[in-house]
Design a binder for this molecule. Structure first.
Ligand code: NOJ
Length: 565
């Protein structure tokens, strides 16, 4: 073991600030309108200045982009349209050189329909070993032309696709994303090979897509109907959500992760409501950390934020992991816009179940092209900054999504002809999809694609994107970019060694006040100012005067321990 290795902190992920990059929309180096790995290399200085600890790269693998790259043709290569393995190695070296860790998105629930093994399955007969790597079943009816069940795919439409010989294959997402059969030893072995392939190339961790969906049991005959399925809670009795057998898969992965020094980190994407079930993915025998998306689905309300934080800290403590916090990602309406929409009805209590009232409000708002209800951009940004500062003060790791540091709102007005997301095409009139948060970043206020590249952007940037350009915010006091840079830097200096616990303090209605050691965080969720707590203000999302402004967060420190109450 080298001295350098011995000094590396194996627990870096526990309180890391992780920046999610959606590679095809980050920076385009060759002017083809699609972001690429050399483009990311050219912005490593920006990431260093932002001060993030790690970067999570959404998929960059060869893909026909039926689902934004989450349809993978080859797990051990780079899409030639956006780079090469050599570019990848360079990117990792540059990020590491800047002190930034690298987390890769791994997509084990499904491949693409262009994956060599899926092509082989289609070319092979029913009952063949090649078909056993995926989930094929006979159709129903005398002609075997009816799907094995009436289950719906997550993106809409049937979850079963016919292949023309009386069989259907299962796809939880788009038909271009056939689900793997995780009971098949070849599938398991191949994923282990993939994990080692990237781990050997120096990545520091993995974000595991649909981590709760891999294990399946479709042995019931007949399969339950869609209505019956909806009544089965995720867990051991559900045919594909959160089955106990996922534990065995991740135990095998954990052995691989722990064979490296320091061990590779992993974070599970789990949309599982019961905290105890979610905690299983976060133990040191499993992936080690699990996303909770509760803040991302909550409205800007003190009571909801408090409940979510308390529950998730408890759950993290149970698993021995740290909590994760997310306000925006590539799947949801950006939080600067969400918070600018009218609050959902508080009479509908937050239950943590389903997609939730905010998701439904945002979906309906997108269907009107962002016209109704009107978005209050100023309020949205004020609340977004307050929520971000609240999040950055919490114990655990914070995941940021590219562009939120610019205060980017959602692009709600995308034309149907420009849309790419399969949800738009597979649920007509119900869901416009997730393209509005994936529009390429504005790096400068001018140019054909606002500095994203030299020629156009694969999703059109609205004219108003220019107002949010990174270069226009760089060095400007009061800009959102400077706010993020300073917040992340301040967080580093405030993080104490042993202050992983959080203590809630009494505070006026519609405000929250907590402390971690001598560091205090006070958020005013109301639309009116709140009395300012005593203590030395070290950072704030809006300049405080004699009071804490509406929709803002303050960080304070105790001049003498225990002084602020
Ligand atoms: C979750 C990813 O975040 C989302 O973007 C993707 O569409 C699905 N998993 C399917 O891979």
């Amino acid at each position: 073991m080298t001295v350098e290795k011995a000094c590396e902190n194996a627990d870096w992920w526990r309180d890391a600030v992780v920046y999610q990059i959606y590679p095809r929309s980050f920076a385009d180096s060759n002017g083809d309108g699609i972001g690429d790995l050399p483009g990311i290399c050219s912005r490593v200085g920006y990431l260093r200045e932002l001060g993030v600890d790690a970067v999570w790269l959404s998929p960059f693998y060869p893909s026909a982009l039926a689902d934004g790259g989450y349809d993978v043709d080859d797990y051990r290569d780079v899409d030639p349209k956006i780079g090469s393995l050599a570019d990848f190695d360079q990117l990792v070296a540059m990020l590491h050189g800047a002190g930034i860790k690298v987390i890769l998105d791994i997509v084990p629930n499904h491949s693409s329909n262009r994956h060599a093994w899926f092509r082989e399955a289609l070319a092979s007969p029913k009952g063949s070993p090649a078909r056993d790597r995926y989930i094929f079943r006979d159709g129903l009816g005398p002609d075997l032309d009816q799907p094995p069940s009436d289950w719906q795919a997550t993106f809409g439409g049937s979850a079963w696709e016919p292949v023309g010989d009386g069989q259907f294959y299962f796809h939880l997402f788009a038909p271009e994303q056939p689900d793997w059969n995780w009971d098949n030893p070849e599938v398991r072995a191949d994923f282990c090979k993939t994990l080692r392939f990237w781990a050997d190339r120096g990545v520091d961790g993995f974000r595991v897509d649909v981590a709760f969906g891999l294990a399946k049991d479709f042995s019931a005959d007949p399969l339950p109907s869609a209505a019956e399925l909806a009544a089965i809670p995720a867990g051991p009795d559900h045919p594909y959500y959160d089955r106990d057998e996922v534990d065995q898969i991740y135990a095998e992965w954990r052995e691989i992760f722990d064979s490296y020094d320091p061990p590779k980190a992993a974070v599970a994407e789990v949309w599982v409501e019961i905290p105890e079930r979610r905690a299983r993915y976060a133990t040191s025998a499993s992936l080690g950390q699990a996303f909770n998306f509760d803040l991302l689905r909550a409205d800007f309300r003190a009571a909801d934020f408090k409940q979510i934080v308390s529950e998730n800290l408890k759950s993290a403590a149970k698993s021995g992991s740290s909590s994760t916090w997310v306000l925006s990602n590539h799947d949801v309406v950006r939080h600067a816009s969400r918070y600018g929409l009218p609050l959902t009805d508080p009479a509908v209590p937050y239950t943590g179940g389903g997609q939730g009232p905010t998701w439904d409000r945002d979906r309906r708002w997108l269907l009107t092209g962002g016209k109704s209800p009107a978005e209050d951009r100023d309020l949205g940004l004020r609340r977004a900054k307050a929520a971000t500062l609240f999040m950055l003060a919490l114990p655990g790791s914070s995941y940021l999504y590219q562009g939120e540091e610019l205060g980017l709102p959602e692009v709600a007005e995308l034309a149907a002809a420009d849309r790419q997301d399969p949800t738009f095409f597979r649920s007509p009139g119900f869901d416009t999809g997730r393209d509005g948060c994936r529009v390429p970043l504005p790096w400068s206020p001018t140019g054909s694609s606002l500095g994203f590249g030299d020629d156009g952007a694969h999703l059109p940037q609205p004219a108003w994107f220019a107002w949010f350009a990174a270069s226009a915010q760089d060095g400007q006091p009061g800009s959102t970019l400077e706010f993020y840079r300073q917040a992340i830097a301040a967080r580093k200096t405030l993080l104490g060694a042993d202050d992983d616990t959080l203590e809630w303090l009494d505070s006026p209605p519609d405000t929250l006040h907590f402390r971690r050691g001598h560091w205090h965080c006070f958020t005013n969720f109301a639309n009116t100012p709140a009395p300012i707590p005593t203590g030395e203000v070290v950072y704030s999302s809006a300049p405080p005067g004699q009071t804490v402004p509406a929709a803002s967060t303050l960080w304070l420190v105790e001049p003498t321990p225990g002084e602020i109450r």
